[in-house]
Design a protein around this ligand. Structure first.
Ligand SMILES: NC(=O)c1ccc[n+]([C@@H]2O[C@H](COP(=O)([O-])OP(=O)(O)OC[C@H]3O[C@@H](n4cnc5c(N)ncnc54)[C@H](OP(=O)(O)O)[C@@H]3O)[C@@H](O)[C@H]2O)c1
Length: 248
């Protein structure tokens, strides 16, 4: 596929590199322009372009930037896309750690619902709930017992099918967790967030969350807040706390 990636940091570069190894053609962009991406692009075999260029003639666009910076993407960037282009977003909202107060996002509490509204096109949420390091190193062949599973949410079934295939190619099982309004189940503060769990465990934990955001909101937000506080003072301890379920 022809894939364009907006954001070439930890996640964007890991996704670009893995997709290129799979035989996809990848263009990357960041906020500082293509000259700043020349070295990375050369190393991984991507094309470095501007944000305006990166969305052109692509089957899949991946948005992988800090949540607050979604506000600074060019207005109407996505409205020019043909309807069959799949737009993936990998973002997580960390208000006290990085993103600050975004009132509309705080109000709804559902990160990717807000991103979808900002971009003005349907998005598929995926890759937000795996660390870039696991994404890079922990892909496994299909049917391996403890292959990591990734939650996927979005409103467009056809777009999700494209994403399921890409997730599988990258070495992970995909699990459809619902619509974008249900994507809270894969946000920071949930029991499936960055836990490197397999499909059975992911299904079990997703089921245990139930279906009502209003029932879960308080507990998920409190956990995210606690995690942000821990990340600030002791990031390795936060990482250790995630891996309470160990793949064997
Ligand atoms: N790191 C992880 O393990 C991980 C895992 C899952 C999900 N995520 C989520 O994925 C997103 C990206 O995370 P990351 O760790 O890759 O971040 P990162 O390493 O800080 O990289 C951010 C990238 O976004 C680019 N960017 C920022 N604003 C932009 C704009 N307005 N237009 C174009 N590019 C822009 C930056 O470009 P410049 O450097 O030129 O500004 C940079 O390439 C975040 O929402 C994060 O929460 C991260």
């Amino acid at each position: 596929m022809n894939i364009g990636i907006i954001g070439s940091g930890e996640m964007g570069s890991a996704l670009a590199s893995k997709c290129i190894k799979l035989g996809h053609t990848v263009s990357i962009a960041n906020s500082r322009g293509p000259a700043s991406l020349k070295q990375l692009a050369g190393e991984i075999g991507a094309e470095a372009v501007s944000v305006e260029e990166v969305i052109k003639n692509k089957e899949v666009i991946i948005v992988s930037i800090p949540q607050k910076n979604v506000l600074y993407l060019p207005k109407k960037l996505f409205q020019q896309l043909p309807g069959d282009v799949v737009v993936i977003e990998t973002g997580n909202y960390y208000p006290t750690l990085r993103d600050g107060d975004i009132p509309a996002l705080v109000k709804s509490g559902i990160d990717s619902l807000w991103v979808q509204e900002q971009l003005g096109v349907p998005v598929v949420k995926v890759f937000n709930s795996i660390l870039a390091t696991s994404l890079k190193d922990m892909g496994r062949p299909k049917a391996e017992k403890n292959r990591i599973a990734l939650a996927v949410s979005g409103n467009n079934t056809k777009a999700k099918e494209v994403v399921f295939k890409l997730v599988d190619e990258l070495g992970f099982d995909a699990f459809d967790i619902g619509t974008i309004a249900q994507s809270w189940k894969q946000q920071p503060g949930t029991s499936i967030y960055c836990r490197d769990i397999n499909l059975d465990e992911l299904k079990k934990r997703a089921d245990a969350m139930g279906t009502a955001w209003s029932d879960m909101r308080e507990v998920i937000m409190a956990k995210r807040k606690a995690d942000e506080a821990l990340m600030k003072v002791d990031y390795p301890a936060y990482l250790r706390s995630l891996h309470n379920y160990i793949l064997s």
